[in-house]
Write a protein that binds this ligand. Structure first.
Ligand SMILES: N[C@@H](CCC(=O)N[C@@H](CS)C(=O)NCC(=O)O)C(=O)O
Length: 281
């Protein structure tokens, strides 16, 4: 029995997808990401501390795309892993590795910078460059798909699994627009609009997310009006009811560049929202 260390939405998804396609028996050994360095069994297999890894009898392997190659070679033949004699083999083997080495790997720098780095390091040059790399390199996929229905020719292969995961990783980054009209008391009305980024990490049926955005606020009172620059950050969770309707709860902190006291040029507020969202397909 093959044991897979790690679970979706990590790169373990590539391995599980291949195992399912090949109809091979396996078990998933979850790795608690926050405590992985204390997980002796996992660290013995993957001293680098990243997922996925597999144990297959006495063999242990890591690197998601190497695992795909191993499964095809060991448990094939399978159309998912064409042999060197196949005319599509050169495209297959290069795109299998392209999906991680060229597409997936640079995104790790972006994820770490945007979500774990201290505030002053979030928009570092390296993180911005990794977006540029990803966009430029993903054009290779378009070229491949102009030539055939799949990444490496006429049939679905492990190269598709590899590249689709990388594209899916970029989908965790979304666009967020947030508009609101509020009565803030003492005859003041606030009209605000924020645009920004969103990082979504699906966990089973629930999708928690973090968000950050920039925007503007327009305050109007009986006596006059003021426009101000504003920032917004926070997080929330979406829980689907069906394919097009979901519950959403969200908290965000709004900061307006507006002097309301002699000591501060900023004024802030907390925003809690709960409701139903509709998806238009
Ligand atoms: N090239 C490796 C990358 C593995 C990787 O970066 N995994 C992520 C999760 S999808 C991870 O564990 N990151 C945390 C770390 O490296 O410490 C592979 O394809 O297996």
């Amino acid at each position: 029995m093959i044991t897979v260390f790690g679970a979706p939405p990590t790169r373990a998804l590539r391995v599980l997808w291949m195992l399912e396609e090949m109809n091979l028996p396996y078990e998933v050994r979850r790795v608690d990401f926050a405590k992985r360095f204390e997980d002796a069994e996992f660290m013995a297999i993957k001293p680098a501390g990243s997922v996925p890894a597999i144990r297959d009898g006495d063999a242990t392997l890591n690197e998601s795309c190497a695992i795909l190659e191993y499964l095809g070679a060991k448990y094939g033949p399978t159309p998912l892993a064409p042999p060197p004699s196949d005319p599509n083999y050169p495209a297959y083997i290069s795109m299998l590795h392209f999906g991680e080495a060229s597409l997936g790997a640079p995104l790790n720098i972006l994820v770490a910078s945007r979500f774990f780095a201290p505030e002053e390091h979030k928009k570092n040059w390296g993180a911005e460059f990794s977006i540029e790399l990803f966009v430029r390199r993903s054009a290779v996929l378009q070229e491949r798909l102009k030539k055939g229905p799949y990444i490496a020719g006429g049939a679905f292969t492990a190269a598709d699994i590899s590249c689709v995961y990388a594209i899916g990783l970029s989908k965790h980054f979304g666009f967020d627009n947030y508009m609101g009209i509020y009565s803030v008391g003492q005859g003041v009305t606030l009209l605000s609009d924020f645009v920004g980024g969103k990082f979504m990490l699906p966990r089973g049926k629930v999708t928690p997310y973090a968000l950050a955005g920039l925007g503007g606020g327009y305050f109007s009172a009986g006596t006059g009006a003021a426009t101000s620059f504003a920032t917004r950050y926070g997080g929330g969770m979406t829980i689907p009811i069906n394919d097009s309707v979901a519950w959403r709860v969200e908290y965000s902190r709004l900061n307006f560049h507006l002097q309301t006291s002699p000591n501060s040029a900023w004024t802030s507020g907390n925003n809690f929202a709960a409701g139903i969202v509709f998806k238009l397909n």
